[in-house]
Design a protein around this ligand. Structure first.
Ligand SMILES: O=C(O)C(=O)C[C@]1(C(=O)O)C=C[C@@H](O)C=C1
Length: 268
């Protein structure tokens, strides 16, 4: 099976994608990855969705909410960043904005004068370092190759740093089987207790939520959609009941059921 993920080769997304596909293709944005799965160009896509230090990858949340795709698996991997450069003499640190943020304290403490440059991915930052001696990249240490020095390893601000990736497929790959389910709910309403009602749909059926996140709908200020991850499969009666209750609450809006899936922990 062929999967598409964030490139170029050597990104953390690439490492996660190798766990689901032998053949991995690349795009330079999460939105274009989700689009390439929605339009049938690729059977699977792998996108980062949440990091233990920095929180949500909002571009991924929005792309998944707005596209006709399903979630078929989630992959959780530890993220251990290295600082890579031609020598310790550099003025710019280039990496993905998430990676720069995950190393914020390390950079402030050790390189307070370095200019931080956000690029499309960690591997793109390492490419910048390979081409320019004044630039260091932050990425997986395997990207060093023969021509870059590993200036420092394990520079993330928490040693437990981990990222959750979603494996997405076309809507036809949506499954009711799996221990977790993801929904996006747009109530298109705003009244006291709306969020409480949404939460009660799950609490009353003894379903634990592992995440709820609001994102702006884009329609007007103060109007939100909610990303909900529940620790129950759609094959379960209690989850079907919760879904019916949520659909009733969102009768003026919509509910996108992304599917049920299992978690895979990948070490590399
Ligand atoms: O740039 C990469 O290597 C990516 O795969 C992206 C990404 C992210 O967006 O969170 C993935 C894992 C790490 O958290 C840092 C960056």
């Amino acid at each position: 099976m062929q999967a598409v993920t964030l490139g170029p080769a050597g990104t953390y997304s690439h490492r996660a994608a190798r766990a689901v596909a032998d053949d991995v293709a690349f795009r330079e944005s999460v939105t274009s990855i989700v689009q390439a799965v929605a339009d049938g160009t690729f059977e699977r896509g792998v996108v980062p969705i949440e990091n233990s230090i920095e929180g949500s990858v909002t571009e991924s949340l929005d792309a998944v909410a707005n596209s006709e795709v399903s979630v078929v698996q989630e992959i959780v991997t530890p993220i251990r960043h290295a600082l890579l450069a031609q020598s310790a003499n550099f003025d710019v640190v280039a990496s993905h904005s998430q990676a720069l943020a995950q190393c914020r304290s390390y950079l402030e403490e050790n390189y307070p004068d370095a200019k931080l440059e956000a690029v499309a991915s960690t591997a793109r930052g390492v490419e910048r370092a390979r081409a320019d001696p004044s630039v260091a990249g932050i990425g997986h240490p395997d990207n060093a190759g023969d021509d870059l020095e590993i200036i420092a390893e394990d520079i993330q601000d928490q040693s437990s740093n981990a990222t959750r990736f979603l494996v997405i497929g076309p809507e036809s790959a949506r499954s009711d089987a799996g221990g977790k389910s993801s929904l996006v709910v747009y109530p298109n309403a705003n009244y006291p207790g709306l969020l409480l009602e949404l939460l009660e749909a799950f609490a009353e059926r003894d379903i634990n939520l592992s995440r709820i996140e609001s994102r702006p709908s884009g329609n007007r200020l103060g109007d939100y959609l909610f990303h909900i991850d529940a620790d129950a499969g759609l094959y379960e009666e209690r989850m079907q009941g919760a879904l019916e209750a949520v659909e009733a609450i969102a009768k003026n809006g919509w509910v996108r059921v992304l599917g049920s899936y299992d978690t895979r922990h990948v070490l590399y």
